[in-house]
Design a protein around this ligand. Structure first.
Ligand SMILES: Nc1ncnc2c1ncn2[C@@H]1O[C@H](COP(=O)(O)OP(=O)(O)OP(=O)(O)O)[C@@H](O)[C@H]1O
Ligand SMILES: Nc1nc2c(ncn2[C@@H]2O[C@H](COP(=O)(O)O)[C@@H](O)[C@H]2O)c(=O)[nH]1
Length: 205
């Protein structure tokens, strides 16, 4: 009997490219995916809710989670910790649901080591100029933090080759449609492999 586990999808890419915007638009259409809410030590932005946007933690509490191996991956990004709760992801996949992570690149590469069967999608900006405009116009970071995030963005874009798919976020709706196609084709691919495997077992009997 083949185990029917969910698929882990990882959306990653530089700060300001539109990961959060695209993810929210995707979730407003696709109700079958389960979003893994991350832990962070960064300050809550106005309008953000604990337990909805993130689980906000002190540095000490976050380091205790690392110590207890409760994070599937974590990264220090521009002076704050961000991490994915291990139990939620493993239990949700085991229950047969697809899980969706929206994380930065260092963390995505850690996930790849533990879950090479995950589907890694890199969201790419139409241009570096547009990336800068998006972070600046969002208005959530100081000028210094915007510069730090842009510095990270250059390093992150260099890691793009490690991903299975690259999606350009020129228009939100188009980016969402491309991600929906990726999800659908990954399911079809796995169904086909499962059928071939079943056939192989039957032929051997
Ligand atoms: N396709 C798009 N066209 C124009 N603006 C966009 C598009 N996608 C996102 N934006 C805008 O760009 C800004 C950054 O988007 P968002 O916060 O979703 O990025 P992010 O990748 O999640 O950033 P971070 O990694 O810093 O959390 C927001 O103001 C958002 O409205
Ligand atoms: N490695 C991880 N990165 C994460 C996680 N949750 C979010 N993020 C990424 O951090 C940056 C900054 O986020 P912001 O909310 O402060 O703008 C961004 O790229 C997020 O995608 C996580 O669990 N692990």
């Amino acid at each position: 009997m083949i185990e029917e586990k969910g698929i882990l999808f990882i959306l990653s890419g530089p700060s300001g490219v539109g990961k959060g915007t695209v993810r929210k638009a995707l979730f407003s259409r696709d109700t079958d995916l389960k979003y893994s809410i991350s832990m962070t030590t960064r300050q809550q932005r106005p309008g953000e809710k604990d337990g909805v946007d993130y689980f906000y933690k002190t540095k000490e509490a976050f380091e205790a989670l690392i110590e207890q191996n409760q994070l599937l991956e974590y990264a220090k990004y521009v002076n704050n910790y961000y991490g994915t709760p291990r139990n939620y992801v493993e239990e949700t996949l085991a229950a047969g649901h697809d899980v969706f992570l929206e994380i930065e690149v260092q963390g995505a590469l850690q996930v790849k080591e533990n879950f090479p069967e995950g589907v890694f999608i890199f969201l790419f900006p139409p241009s570096l100029e547009e990336l800068k405009n998006r972070i600046v116009h969002r208005g959530t970071e100081s000028a210094e933090l915007v510069l730090n995030r842009l510095k990270e963005a250059r390093k992150e874009i260099e890691m793009m080759d490690a991903y299975d798919y690259v999606v350009v976020n020129d228009h939100v709706d188009l980016a969402v449609e491309k991600i929906q196609s990726i999800i659908q084709s990954e399911h079809l691919k796995r169904e086909r492999i499962a059928k071939q495997y079943k056939q192989l077992l039957e032929d051997e009997l």
